[in-house]
Design a protein around this ligand. Sequence first.
Ligand code: NAD
Ligand code: UDP
Length: 444
Amino acid sequence: MASELTYRGGAASPSAGAAGAGEYSSAKPASSKPLAWLPRAARYAAAEHRPLFALVGMLFAAALFCLAAPSGSGSGTAAPYSSSGRAAAVSGALTRFSVDPAAHNPGRQFVAGKVPLGLKRKGLRVLVTGGAGFVGSHLVDRLVARGDSVIVVDNLFTGRKENVMHHFGNPNFEMIRHDVVEPILLEVDQIYHLACPASPVHYKYNPVKTIKTNVVGTLNMLGLAKRIGARFLLTSTSEVYGDPLQHPQVETYWGNVNPIGVRSCYDEGKRTAETLTMDYHRGANLEVRIARIFNTYGPRMCIDDGRVVSNFVAQALRKEPLTVYGDGKQTRSFQYVSDLVEGLMRLMEGDHIGPFNLGNPGEFTMLELAKVVQDTIDPNARIEFRENTQDDPHKRKPDITKAKEQLGWEPKIALRDGLPLMVTDFRKRIFGDQDNAATATEGQ
Ligand code: NAD
Ligand code: UDP
């Protein structure tokens, strides 16, 4: 038994106890063994052609590795995880609708040829937080239409299921009722982060929740993006310029924001969200994009959300006076929602981080806007002046030179063309129920 444990093979038989034991005995003269000058470990390794076996093993492993490696491995895995490094992989922006997710996202390593054909994806997996809201739902429509698999995460604070209901039943669409202030784990290639109430009435309703959504919610989504290697787009706002001292506003302008006012939960919340986004980019190599959105209008806006376009349109349709705050000489620039969605998608697919102003440079006083609404809906609509709200910015107009040059984007729909499209939607939603109710009553 003892000899079994000590015997290591070789010429001497186990029964030749002395010889076997002598192999490990310093008593035996060293000169009697080949390679005796080597240290004991090296002598052991050299015995019985072991190096040869090791070499053959390594060659075999190397051959296996080469066979299994992706054919175009250079682009997928070696590209630096930076915006400029990705340039070649993602150029061609919006035309790339059936992109290979591995090429799109170098952080994720897909092994070509190893994924069974049936499991290969055609589009991207995209998360849209706040996707049941006004802007988010239009973005979802475009993403689904181009063949992406879209997941909407929304707590339905200001969003509505009706905005995305037409996608229910589509296997490429999922909606999760979830608050972004709580972490969530999903597997996607891109994250459009929109979750946040946008109307002053809504974001002032629970300011602590608003800033939490902007800070904790954005942190959670950035953390998710980092964990899964997704590209992250933040929808920031022209509010980061506050009550601007520079006009029109260029992205390099740092703004004039009251940090302790009633709008600060939103303005400072978005400014912090921008900071977090850039810190994740610099600190964690996250691929990020930042859009600074200017006032946007269109179908699916909340009817009574207090924003000026939705207020005026709903008021004119209901034959109520148009409520102009202050003297009505403050200005805003209004962009139609499809222009914004186009800009967001170009930004996400392009090579530039931003921030980019996305807005229509057409500038209107609130009195001028009221006039356009009168012309579009009811020339007899009355105007009623109301006391203005605190910290209301006096003017707002985007300089979109950067978006034009770097994204090839500019808005196409003028206010007078876009407004009627919104009016049709509002008319249906405001009077649709009444019409149905009237029909139901008639039928009784
Ligand atoms: P919206 O209120 O219609 O949509 C926001 C969506 O986010 C809603 O569906 C809401 O339910 C959801 N949401 C809010 N808090 C959430 C939370 N904690 N967790 C999960 N979901 C949450 O507003 P919108 O006009 O569609 O704006 C979308 C984004 O664009 C916002 O981030 C907003 O700040 C930004 N933005 C919009 C405008 C504009 O004029 N529409 C201007 C500047 C910036
Ligand atoms: N406003 C108005 N009447 C309304 C609602 C808003 O005159 O019924 C004004 C408001 O004072 C502001 C401008 O319209 O100057 C835009 O307000 P909104 O809430 O739409 O957006 P934001 O202030 O965030 O740009």
